[in-house]
Design a protein around this ligand. Structure first.
Ligand code: SF4
Ligand code: MG
Length: 283
């Protein structure tokens, strides 16, 4: 059985030392080993941004897609070969700017893939502009007098779009992040995971220290129940989105592929492709 070391390759990441994306890479490698898959059964599709490089740094099938389009590629891959474990990854620009529509509709559609957003609340690859996740008032080269737009709210967005699995992790807590990604990969449906992944070079506000002071870990809240949708939204709003853990989980929701009769039998790639219209309309 593969260990996390089997998911390593010999490519040295060129992220800045201390970048939060290193922990996300390690967490994905550990989670993949923990759920017992082999590198040849694992595919990672990424978008554009510093985080997009992750698909090249893990020993698995990798596809570095175009900006904001990791999700359509990942969904197509899963529909063609549902024996693969498919993970899409990207940054906050990728998921909440150019790719927002794909994020919303992928959640709504519920194909069985995992989506990890490395949320550093800035555009890192293009050297530090305001992103849709930057807080109101954020000063960068693109908003020198402070952003007058509020940040998008990923957790509320995912829950209201109908997500069956919503979680948030932090690169400063590898154990929790690994567990979250592991649970997301095991979840039978679309798993949305936002990760506070600090950009140590361009975001001097949302640092590791800042997150450590401000995050509430819901794993430590005995009264929290992640199967309660209203409570999940309430907790997220109460703490202004600064919560970690599995926020909401609905294990009953059927994945998209399970609602298509022929997909239950065999992956599309192995079918004779003679599906009739009735195959898709009989449920
Ligand atoms: Fe990471 Fe920021 Fe460096 Fe990009 S610029 S590699 S996000 S620390
Ligand atoms: Mg970013």
């Amino acid at each position: 059985m593969a260990t996390f070391k089997d998911f390593r390759n010999d490519i040295k990441p060129n992220w800045c030392p201390g970048c939060g994306d290193f922990a996300v890479q390690a967490a994905i490698q550990r989670a993949a080993a923990n759920i017992g898959i082999e590198p040849e059964n694992f595919a990672i599709v990424s978008g554009i941004g510093c985080s997009g490089r992750i698909s090249g740094y893990i020993n698995a099938y990798g596809f570095h897609g175009i900006h904001g389009r990791a999700l359509p590629i990942a969904q197509g891959l899963k529909m063609a070969n549902r024996e693969l474990t498919v993970l899409a990854a990207g940054g906050d620009g990728d998921g909440f700017a150019i790719g927002t529509n794909h994020t919303i509709h992928s959640i709504r559609r519920n194909i069985d893939i995992t989506y990890v957003v490395m949320d550093n609340q800035i555009y890192g690859l293009t050297k530090g502009q305001t992103s849709p996740r930057s807080a109101f008032g954020t000063k960068t080269k693109s908003t020198p007098k402070g952003s007058i737009e509020p940040s998008i709210r990923p957790l509320e967005l995912a829950i209201s779009a109908g997500a069956g699995f919503v979680a948030q992790g932090f690169s400063g807590d590898l154990a929790q992040l690994t567990k979250i990604i592991e649970e997301g990969m095991k979840h039978k449906g679309f798993a949305f995971i936002n990760v506070f992944s600090p950009c140590v070079t361009f975001n001097k506000v949302n640092t590791y220290e800042w997150f450590k002071e401000n995050i509430i870990n819901l794993d430590n809240d005995p009264d929290f129940d992640s199967s309660n949708r209203s409570l999940a939204v309430q907790k997220v709003m109460e703490h202004d989105g600064l919560v970690t853990g599995i926020i909401y989980k609905d294990s009953e929701r059927e994945s998209y592929e399970n609602l298509v009769p022929n997909f239950k039998q065999t992956p599309l790639i192995k079918q004779d492709m003679s599906l009739s219209r009735e195959d898709f309309t009989s449920f």
